[in-house]
Design a protein around this ligand. Structure first.
Ligand code: NAD
Ligand code: MG
Length: 302
């Protein structure tokens, strides 16, 4: 990051205090971390690993940026080797995540692919398992929403629905199905839900539906895989400062982003990592399956 960009980010961070808001900004999907003002906190400076995932092998879809990057960094510091999947346009973000995984002394595997294609989605799982030498943790984190639309349900276009449903649901089914060949007793799947599953926004009607479906999928698959000793859970984030937001919402909505939560602010990606590490840990979460942990700044997830 250049000195100029760093100074600009520092200034923006002052503007974005708990009572403040984010500067107006928009990006083109999928968006990049380096274009966010302020730059998010992925735990680079503060996550302290305690060997909770020692020797495990994880695949994090959408691990280049946002919540996925925070998870990848924390997993690596906890002792896991990590493969990340992302879209080709996000290569620069993926390289940054890779550096953090390697700085933690772990193996990083980069797997660019569009998960909306079945063959590519299945290939990502096979490649991750092959290059990592197995697979213990699958984090279904890749996701897409589109909120720049008017006219409620009438304004929803089929191509928008296709992108949302294919990314959030078809890919999740394909990737999870493919992972069944590799996961074994003690392994776990963590899906990424949303506060939108519980408290849906009108202009995210398709996205919110996929997140409710992900909760249902989580409970159902936990039931199926329980006898194999494989746990399936989900994390439901509230408003989190990631590229997804300015890449899919109107720029003028950024200043108020997250201010309607009981804690009065948006969360940072680093504030999600603890929930994922806990759920992934075979020791700490040995009896936790079929549940959703909310990390929402205080909004209810029931
Ligand atoms: P993000 O933009 O950093 O991450 C989303 C990632 O999804 C992208 O980095 C991209 O690599 C991946 N992705 C999107 N389409 C893809 C495709 N077709 N093929 C492969 N990868 C694709 O944003 P984020 O907010 O960290 O999002 C991570 C997850 O968190 C998503 O499932 C999102 O729905 C969920 N979530 C985010 C928030 C929030 O406020 N940021 C709130 C609730 C849930
Ligand atoms: Mg990204």
């Amino acid at each position: 990051m250049s000195d100029d960009k760093f100074a600009a980010d520092k200034k923006a961070q002052e503007l974005a205090g708990p009572e403040g808001g984010f500067p107006e900004q928009e990006q083109t999907p999928p968006g990049l971390s380096t274009d966010l003002t302020p730059f998010p906190d992925h735990g680079e400076e503060n996550w302290v690993g305690r060997g909770r995932l020692e020797g495990l092998k994880a695949l994090v879809t959408g691990g280049d940026s946002g919540i996925g990057r925070a998870v990848a960094i924390a997993f690596a510091r906890e002792g896991a080797d990590v493969a990340i999947n992302y879209l080709q346009e996000e290569e620069s973000d993926a390289q940054d995540t890779k550096q953090w995984i390697e700085k933690a002394g772990r193996k990083a595997v980069l797997l660019p692919a569009d998960l909306r294609e079945e063959k590519a989605a299945r290939g990502v799982v096979d490649d991750a398992a092959e290059q990592l030498g197995g697979l213990d943790i699958l984090v279904n984190n890749a996701g897409f929403q589109w909120a720049r639309r008017d006219g409620g349900l009438q304004g929803l276009k089929t191509e928008e629905m296709d992108r949302v449903f294919k990314t959030n649901l078809y890919a999740l089914f394909w990737v999870s199905q493919q992972a069944l060949s590799y996961l074994k007793e003690g392994s776990s799947i963590i899906n990424v839900s949303s506060i939108q599953a519980y408290d849906p926004s009108e202009n995210l009607i398709d996205y919110a539906s996929t997140k409710a479906a992900i909760n249902n999928f989580t409970v159902n698959l936990a039931s199926e895989l329980g006898e194999k000793g494989i746990r399936v859970n989900a994390v439901a984030p509230g408003p989190i400062w990631t590229p997804l937001q300015p890449a899919t919402k109107a720029g003028e909505s950024m200043p108020a982003f997250g201010s309607d939560t009981p804690l009065g602010r948006a969360g940072q990606p680093s504030e999600l990592a603890g929930a994922f590490v806990f759920l992934a840990s075979p020791a700490e979460a040995s009896y936790v399956s079929g549940t959703v942990i909310g990390v929402t700044g205080g909004k209810p997830v029931f």
